[in-house]
Design a binder for this molecule. Sequence first.
Ligand SMILES: Nc1nc2c(ncn2[C@@H]2O[C@H](COP(=O)(O)OP(=O)(O)O)[C@@H](O)[C@H]2O)c(=O)[nH]1
Ligand SMILES: [Mg+2]
Length: 313
Amino acid sequence: MAATATVDLLARARGGDKRSIARLVSVVENDEPGAAEAMRALYPQTGRAQIVGITGPPGGGKSTLVNRLAGTYRERASRVAIVAVDPSSPFTGGAILGDRIRMRERFLDEGIFIRSMASRGHAGGLARATARVVNVLDALGTDVILVETVGVGQEEVDVIRVVDTVCLVTVPGLGDDIQAIKAGVLEIADVLVVNKADRPGADETARDLAQMLSLAKDRPWKTPIVRTSAQSGDGLPQLVDAIDKHRAWSRESGEYLERRRAAARSEVEALLQEALLRELAGRVGESRLAAAVARVAERSLDPYAAVEELLRG
Ligand SMILES: Nc1nc2c(ncn2[C@@H]2O[C@H](COP(=O)(O)OP(=O)(O)O)[C@@H](O)[C@H]2O)c(=O)[nH]1
Ligand SMILES: [Mg+2]
């Protein structure tokens, strides 16, 4: 994208034009030409949005909850964004007709921007693309950014690191599955949500979670457990309140800055790694690399010696 085109796009996106926001988000998400320039212009304006993560196993009601939260936050904020990072199910996946209709209302609301992230081919790619998208939305003046992700693997744990407050969603009757919620995921949860509390067993699940928390190592923040029904909206005010309390504590205790620093570090390190790799590839050259690889394949050179030789130049 030409420099002037990027400037125009930035201006329109800042004005709140949804199509321009979508285009800019795509440029940055996919690291298209113009991405670095846009980031440079936008970065000084980041750091204002409240970023909330909703994570947990598939089917727990995360999308339904996020949809509700977006509506709730929209009542007090002019711009809300939803970033759905769920490669396994699109944003509408599993939602019943009523949910779809409510979802459509959100789509029609000029103050709510919704983006589904495409999955990436390489490890760490999704987390970094999400960080870039969140930064852009933040810089464009979004007040609240809700990030939905499936809390299953390391990649998802990395994705959720970009947020200020992590809500982990579980449902009643998971039984042994609760044990399957990885200790690491429980550790990064700032708010525990027992959704589908309209179903039997919510109190037991809440008790099980409380017990698991009591076994975990002491943290200065006391993780609250909130019962919600994303379907009826019960417990939503309590959830918003818990998120707000965590935000206040986080700012006051310095946790917020610490997380921002950790996120900045992983972003810079990842870019540095890429840049070093590119530089090294240029220095080594494809023909020398190919020659060394051929010798390793023929067993006339071992891989360690090959690397040493290539680096020696
Ligand atoms: N009974 C009940 N069903 C819910 C609740 N929240 C979501 N669901 C339903 O659970 C299914 C999965 O919801 P979805 O939001 O797609 O879950 P996700 O995979 O975690 O994003 C859908 O059929 C929802 O309608 C709830 O609080 N109570
Ligand atoms: Mg979902």
